[in-house]
Design a protein around this ligand. Structure first.
Ligand SMILES: [Zn+2]
Length: 193
């Protein structure tokens, strides 16, 4: 649970750079792929601009969703998709429909916490330090923060909900071990060899 107070600085979700290519050869199908950083959406030349907007939005979402399943999330947009997938997989079946966060972002200023949730604003923040940890540990922290949208405290109901993520116990052990190792590492010189 966050103690950071009301959240007045939520940034709108960053949109990826998109290039739209109109193809005279294409009649119906729309395709999209990543090319040197930006997302390229190829649409039939005859598409109206309203249809184009709709398709670009849809295809960007599909590309990001595909990428989020292939690689660990490193952008806020990927993190948002990941949170949505996790809520759907582990919390929706229990709650019917789990509340969704309004924003999920990576932050650099959380040195003591892995993640935080401000239920009032629906904001979840994850420490960028998590990016060096395994995916399934990051997933646990996301599920933990998502569960705080339902239960503010670390009570029994909270843990019962979190445990629907199957690797909860393992991930908590991993994070504890990591924290212990960091604490030892910062405690000054230790015997070498
Ligand atoms: Zn918590």
């Amino acid at each position: 649970m966050s103690t950071s107070g009301p959240d007045a600085t939520t940034q709108p979700r960053a949109l990826p750079e998109v290039e739209v290519r109109r193809s005279a050869r294409r009649r119906k199908t729309v395709t999209a792929f990543r090319e040197s950083g930006r997302i390229v959406v190829v649409v039939p030349a005859r598409l109206s601009s309203a249809e184009e907007r709709r398709w670009v939005e849809e295809m960007v979402r599909r590309v990001e969703r595909r990428e989020s399943r292939q690689a660990p999330p490193t952008t806020d947009a990927q993190l948002q998709v990941r949170a949505d997938d996790l809520a759907r997989a582990h919390l929706d079946p229990v709650l019917g429909s789990a509340p969704r966060p309004r924003s999920v972002v990576w932050v650099d200023n959380q040195q003591r916490r892995w993640g935080s949730c401000t239920p009032a604003s629906g904001t979840i923040r994850l420490s960028r330090r998590l990016q060096q940890l395994p995916d399934w540990v990051v997933d646990y922290v996301l599920v933990h923060e998502l569960a705080h949208l339902v239960h503010g405290q670390h009570d029994d109901a909270f843990w019962r909900l979190v445990q629907h993520y199957p690797r909860t116990a393992e991930a908590r052990g991993y994070l504890q071990g990591w924290a212990d190792a960091q604490a030892r590492g910062s405690a000054g010189p230790v015997d070498a060899d």
